[in-house]
Ligand binder design. Structure first.
Ligand SMILES: *Cc1c(COP(=O)(O)O)cnc(C)c1O
Length: 432
């Protein structure tokens, strides 16, 4: 394994990018602030591999942050897009294919009776919250520490001092009057949610949650937690929103709600349903969805919503992942990767533990045997992760550049890629 790769072209491109793009990147986590060093510029993806501007190859565990469940350039997705390309890029009018995608989504996720397509996960959560507020005639939103729902004002909120307090802005530019409409609770702690509903249940429009938290590394829900939230929302007339932008079509074909057997009122989707092009969606109970314009008084719109190219990539992706055994195979592969990593960490005497749901996984440099809370995630050894990240990078493995991000295995990851990763990790662990 090579240990020093030249990244001269990436370095130069980053230098130029910084002149014209704030921080040189179009989304902050790409900037490598969490691990140090400068970001790598990629020119090509090929199955499970990424190829950078200096022709270095890496096994990719980022998968464009979730969408690429089939890996890069899957032949069916590329063929479908080529065919669509000839017919035009956008009409701003209804098309047959957007109806097909909506039908497929509704069929695969039974809690979704009707669905509206948008262009990003952020748009989906923003619209779902407006809709929940319109439906309940209430303003307060409940979210959980460590969950991310896109950069919506009312969701870019962090916990204030003490439990059960209203949130404070997590970014400049968000008025207190907005963040004060959001309650922040600890994830996987049903008692605090119960207490909040007892105190303020009649003000709460909705609870929004990642049913498997995937934006504080990977933290699955503890037994009974999601059902407990479902019951609280039902008792108090609040809308339960599952933000499945990451988990939808990723943890299982029916999303995390099918894994845990919980029926939310609304679901938000993104990432995988666009197959690598920008798509988001939100859907759920007809009774709530019909409040949307043009049938109802809650306004929501989009120039490129239901875009034919994006919908085509989504349909082609859903077709592939609907094949029998797709998720079993993805899950088994991910399990075997994690077992291999655990064995190697144990042999090297490195405190290490993992979480997994389907093709989503988290690795933690931690002495804890089971990671179920935001505070446990925060207590992991971030310095050790930084070293590990760069060692893996030098050995041709591209992990998300932050200790708090999740990993994704795609259908394109085969024996060769997994072995390459385990060999790289063995070497990295020996140097930590
Ligand atoms: C990525 C993500 C979003 C935001 O989606 P964008 O397409 O980046 O706007 C929202 N919620 C969850 C759970 C996500 O993982």
């Amino acid at each position: 394994m090579s240990s020093e790769k030249s990244r001269a072209r990436s370095e130069k491109l980053f230098e130029s990018a910084r002149q014209v793009i704030p921080g040189g990147v179009n989304s902050p986590v790409r900037a490598f602030k969490g691990v140090g060093g400068n970001p790598i510029f990629f020119k090509q993806g090929e199955g499970a591999w990424l190829i950078d501007e200096d022709d270095n190859r890496y096994v990719d565990y980022v998968g464009s942050w979730g969408p690429l469940i089939l890996g890069h350039c899957h032949p069916s997705v590329i063929a479908a897009l080529k065919a669509q390309l000839k017919n035009g890029l956008s009409f701003g009018a209804p098309t047959r294919k957007e109806g097909e995608l909506a039908e497929q989504i509704a069929q695969l996720i039974p809690s979704i009776e009707t669905v509206r397509l948008v262009n990003s996960g952020t748009e989906a959560t923003m619209s779902a919250i407006r809709l929940a507020r319109g439906f309940t005639h209430r303003n307060k939103v409940v979210k959980f520490e460590g969950c991310y729902h896109g950069h919506v004002d009312s969701l870019l909120v962090k916990a204030g001092s003490g439990a059960l307090t209203l949130g404070t802005p997590d970014s400049l530019g968000i008025p207190e009057s907005t963040s004060s409409e959001t309650f922040i609770l600890p994830y996987n702690d049903l008692d605090s949610a119960t207490q909040l509903f007892e105190q303020s249940g009649n003000e709460i429009a909705c609870v929004i949650i990642e049913p498997v938290a995937g934006n504080m590394n990977c933290v699955p829900p503890v037994a009974g937690y999601l059902q407990g939230l479902r019951d609280l929302c039902t008792q108090h007339g609040a809308v339960l929103i599952f933000d499945e932008v990451m988990t939808g079509f990723r943890t299982a074909l029916g999303g995390a709600q099918s894994v845990y057997g919980i029926t939310p009122d609304l679901t938000t989707l993104g990432k995988v349903i666009g197959g690598g092009l920008p798509v988001g969606a939100f859907g759920g109970k007809q009774e709530i969805m019909e409040l949307l314009a043009p049938t109802g008084p809650v306004y929501q719109a989009g120039t490129l919503s239901g875009n034919p190219m994006a919908v085509t990539a989504g349909l082609a992706t859903l077709k592939e992942i609907s094949k029998p055994e797709f998720f079993d195979s993805l899950t088994i592969k991910t399990e075997s990767l994690l077992k291999g990593l655990q064995d190697r960490a144990d042999s090297a005497g490195i405190a290490f533990t993992t979480n997994q749901v389907g093709g989503m996984f988290g690795c933690f440099f931690s002495k804890e045997k089971s990671i179920t809370s935001f505070s446990q995630v925060m207590d992991c050894d971030v310095d050790r992760f930084r070293k590990y990240f760069h060692l893996m990078l030098d050995n041709g493995v591209y992990l998300a550049p932050s200790a708090f991000e999740i990993g994704f295995v795609s259908a394109a990851h085969g024996e060769e890629e997994l072995q390459h990763t385990l060999d790289a990790a063995e070497q990295a662990f020996s140097k930590l």
